[in-house]
Design a protein around this ligand. Structure first.
Ligand code: GDP
Length: 460
C-alpha cells in the first residue's frame, strides 16, 4: 500500500458541508502543505482525534481558498487504521474539487472506489462480512435493512462464523485422538458419538443461517412486485394508494436512462419493489393500457403478483387469460371497487384462483388496503419481522460458501458415521473449516477482494 490516498467523501452537489479525506503515512505532511492553523501550529503537531479551525491556502499563490475544519486522527484508531485527515469545507463542487486537487498536487493519489474500506480490511480492522455490511448499510432502503447491516458491521455474523469454526476445531481435536490412539476401540466408539453430536449441532446452525437469509434478502433487496390486471380495474389507483400511505423510495437503476425508475414502498418493514410503474402510469390512453404481453414480462420478474379484478363487472376472457399467468406465482387476488355493486361471480373467481388469497378493496374509500398490506407481510414473514434477533447472510457469496460448507459437513458426518478412515473424516472437516473462513475473508483471492470493493462509492 504505502501511498497516501485522497477522495471527496461526501456526495457531490450542493450541500452544507463537503469532506475531503486523506489516509496514509503522509496524510499529515500533505495536509500541512496547504493548510494553515492558528498560531503557526501544524497538523503534525496538533493532538490526535481533535477538530481544528484553519484555512486552505494555495501553496503557489498563497491565496486563501477556504475556511475549514480539520479532523486529525492518528493511526491506528481510525477508519483505515492509518493516519487520517478529514478536511471539512463549505459544500459546493468548486471548492471541494479544488481542495482535492491540492491533495493530489501535494503528493496524494486519488483513491479507488472503496479503497478506504479496503485498507480497513487489509489492515485487519474489519473482516469481509463487516466490509460487505458497510456497503449494505449505505444502500439500505428501510430501517430494518439498516439494522441488519448495522448488526453485521458490529461483527454479528463474524462472531457466529468464528464460533462455528472453533467448534469444528474441537471436533478436529477429537478426530486427532483417533489417529493418535487407533488401537483403543472403546475410545473410537465414544469419539464417533461425540463427533456426531457436535457436528449435528453445527449443521443445524448452518441450516438456520441459510433459512433466515431468505428473509434477509427480502428485507435488503425488496420483493419484486407486479401489479397486474386489465385496463381500468384500478392498478394505478392501487399504486398511488400504496405510494401515498407508505414511504416511497425512488432510485435510479444504475446504468439506465433517468426515466427508468425503481420505486420501493416500505410496507410494514418489507420493501416492495414495484415493477414497471412507469408502464402502469402511462395509462391515460385506455387502448394502450398494460396488455397481456407487458403483464407477462412484468410477471417473469415478479416474486409477488398483485392481481386486480373489477368486482363491479363480470369476469372477462382477458381477466381469465391474465389469471392463468399467475398459476406458479405468489399472488394476491384483489377484488376492487368494493364500494360499487358486486357483479363479479366470486365463486367463479375462487375456482380459477389457484388457491391464491382473495382480498376485497376499494381504492376510492381505502377499504381493504390495510388488509392487503398485512397479507403481503404475512406471505413473506408469517407476520413477524424480527431483524434484530436474527443473524443474516447478506449476499450470494456468503450464501454459496455456507451451502458448500454444509455439503462438506454432511460428507464429514456420513464418513464419521460409516466408520471411514479417520483421515478422510479429517479432510472433510478441514474443508468445512476453510469454507467458513472464506466467508469472513480468510484466504480470499485478490480478484474477489478487488471486485468487492469496486462496488463501493468513491471516497468510502
Ligand atoms: P388501471 O387502468 O387499472 O390503472 O385503473 P385506474 O386506477 O386508472 O382506475 C380506473 C378508474 O376506476 C378510475 O376512474 C378510478 O378512479 C376508478 N377506480 C379505481 N378504483 C376504484 C374503486 O375502488 N372504486 C371506484 N368506484 N372506482 C375506482
Amino acid at each position: 500500500m504505502g501511498e497516501t490516498i485522497c477522495a471527496i467523501s461526501t456526495a457531490l452537489g450542493e450541500g452544507a458541508i463537503g469532506i475531503v479525506r486523506l489516509s496514509g503515512d503522509k496524510a499529515f505532511e500533505i495536509a500541512d502543505k496547504f493548510i494553515k492553523l492558528p498560531k503557526e501550529k501544524t497538523v503534525q503537531e496538533v493532538s490526535t482525534h481533535t477538530i481544528n479551525y484553519g484555512h486552505v491556502i494555495d501553496p503557489k499563490t498563497k491565496e486563501k481558498i477556504e475556511e475549514v475544519m480539520i479532523v486529525k486522527m492518528k493511526a491506528p484508531r481510525t477508519y483505515t487504521t492509518e493516519d487520517v485527515v478529514e478536511i471539512n469545507c463549505h459544500g459546493g463542487i468548486i471548492t471541494i474539487q479544488r481542495i482535492l486537487g491540492l491533495c493530489l498536487e501535494c503528493g496524494a493519489r486519488l483513491a479507488e472506489p472503496g479503497e478506504f474500506t479496503k485498507r480497513a480490511f487489509l489492515n485487519g480492522r474489519i473482516d469481509l462480512t463487516q466490509a460487505e455490511a458497510i456497503i449494505d448499510f449505505i444502500k439500505s432502503k428501510t430501517d430494518e435493512a439498516g439494522m441488519i447491516a448495522n448488526n453485521q458491521m458490529q461483527g454479528r455474523l463474524s462472531n457466529l462464523i468464528k464460533k462455528l469454526r472453533a467448534d469444528i476445531l474441537d471436533i478436529l481435536a477429537v478426530v486427532e485422538v483417533n489417529i493418535d490412539y487407533p488401537e483403543y476401540d472403546d475410545l473410537e466408539i465414544e469419539t464417533t458419538q461425540t463427533i456426531l453430536e457436535k457436528s449435528t449441532a453445527i449443521k443445524v446452525r448452518l441450516e438456520n443461517l441459510l433459512e433466515t437469509s431468505k428473509q434477509g434478502k427480502i428485507i435488503k433487496d425488496g420483493i419484486n412486485t407486479a401489479i397486474i390486471g386489465r385496463p381500468n380495474v384500478g392498478k394505478s389507483s392501487l399504486l398511488n394508494n400504496l405510494l401515498q400511505e407508505n414511504k416511497a423510495i425512488v432510485t435510479d437503476i444504475a446504468g439506465t436512462t433517468r426515466d427508468v425508475l425503481e420505486e420501493y414502498v416500505n410496507i410494514k418493514g418489507v420493501p416492495i419493489k414495484l415493477i414497471d410503474t412507469a408502464g402502469i402510469r402511462e395509462t391515460d390512453d385506455v387502448v394502450e393500457k398494460i396488455g397481456v404481453k407487458r403483464s407477462r414480462e412484468a410477471l417473469e420478474k415478479a416474486d409477488l403478483v398483485l392481481f386486480l379484478l373489477n368486482s363491479n363487472e363480470d369476469l372477462t376472457n382477458e381477466d381469465i387469460e391474465l389469471l392463468k399467468l399467475t398459476e406458479k406465482k405468489k399472488t394476491i387476488i384483489i377484488l376492487n371497487k368494493l364500494d360499487l355493486e358486486t357483479k363479479i361471480d366470486v365463486e367463479e373467481v375462487k375456482k380459477l384462483s389457484y388457491n391464491h388469497p382473495i382480498i376485497e378493496t376499494s381504492m376510492t374509500t381505502y377499504r381493504g388496503i390495510e388488509m392487503l398490506e398485512k397479507n403481503i407481510k404475512d406471505m413473506f414473514f408469517n407476520g413477524t419481522t424480527k431483524p434484530k434477533d436474527a443473524t443474516y447472510l447478506s449476499n450470494t457469496r456468503q450464501v454459496n460458501l455456507i451451502k458448500k460448507a454444509l455439503v462438506s459437513l454432511n460428507e464429514a458426518i456420513s464418513a464419521a458415521r460409516s466408520g471411514l478412515e479417520v483421515d478422510m473424516v479429517l479432510i472433510d472437516y478441514t474443508a468445512t473449516f476453510n469454507l467458513l473462513g472464506e466467508v469472513i475473508g480468510e484466504n480470499s483471492g485478490d480478484e474477489l477482494i478487488n471486485e468487492l470493493f469496486s462496488r463501493f462509492c468513491l471516497g468510502k
